[in-house]
Design a protein around this ligand. Structure first.
Ligand code: F6R
Length: 253
């Protein structure tokens, strides 16, 4: 694992965006795995700025998002399809039809998850997978005790995850209990993974994921087994790392 601790959250987002842009410059037809959530808003903001400055094009890329809420159609304002359009897709040059998310409104969530997994395999798997990190250590919506070999499937969200995500829903409306998420096995097949975590609320999970044992208790810890995993952190998220000074020494940037 490569641990990059940047001076603040905007610098962490900028570094992550630069890694994605560098991948697209080197491999314009890359298959990207994308994430949603608060952390990603800054990353996508930087990617849009790089695109507007003519420094990155998504014209040849394909993308697969990690997850989508079951029961929400793509045009629902709280769906991840809607989030992606608003935060990224509407502002870049990605081809229509090249951006994939699970269909939350599909009548059979199990069948939709299987279809989505097959589509990822058919695309040759993910070249670069972007990940956020849940306070409980989840990656995608693979909550604690998810099988480390899991593939895309419907997953019941933990109470803490729904509480964290309720800010994106209108007052009095709770996030759905179930989401379709790429599995941990799906994520681990990606050729490169890039996890971004910022803020003090992530510090415990980051410490467990980086320096704890590999365990389904903290699903992100499986990235210790990935041959090419980079974590980009701000100082608050890195605060509980025992070896923070070592990471700073070996990767000053
Ligand atoms: C979102 C996703 C989640 C989030 C994680 C962190 O597609 O898969 O794993 O990345 O919950 O969310 P934020 O950034 O809102 O703290």
């Amino acid at each position: 694992m490569k641990i990059l601790i940047r001076p603040d959250a905007p610098a962490a987002a900028a570094r992550a965006a630069e890694i994605i842009a560098a991948r697209l410059r080197a491999q314009p037809g890359a298959v990207l795995g994308l994430a949603t959530g608060g952390t990603m808003e800054a990353v996508y903001g930087r990617l849009i700025a790089l695109h507007r400055a003519g420094q990155v094009s998504f014209a040849g890329a394909t993308s697969f998002n990690l997850d989508e809420y079951v029961g929400l159609a793509g045009d629902h304002p709280c769906s991840y399809r809607h989030y992606m359009a608003e935060k990224l897709f509407d502002h870049i040059d990605m081809r229509a039809g090249a951006a994939h998310l699970p269909r939350g409104e599909a009548p059979d969530a199990d069948a939709e998850a299987a279809r989505y997994e097959a589509a990822i395999v058919a695309a040759g798997d993910i070249d670069l997978q972007l990940l956020g990190l849940g306070q409980n250590g989840h990656i995608g919506f693979n909550e604690p005790t998810s099988s480390l070999a899991s593939v895309t499937r419907p997953k019941t969200l933990e109470r803490s995850t729904r509480a964290a995500n309720s800010q994106y829903f209108p007052d009095g409306i709770e996030p759905p209990r179930i989401a379709i998420t790429m599995g941990i096995g799906t994520i681990m097949r990606a050729r490169e993974v890039l996890l971004v975590a910022t803020g003090a609320a992530k510090a415990r999970a980051v410490a467990q994921v980086v320096e704890g044992p590999v365990s389904a208790r903290w699903p992100g810890s499986v990235l210790q087994m990935h041959p090419r995993a980079t974590l980009v952190l701000d100082p608050a998220a890195a605060a509980e790392l025992e070896l923070a000074e070592y990471y700073r020494d070996i990767h000053p940037d």
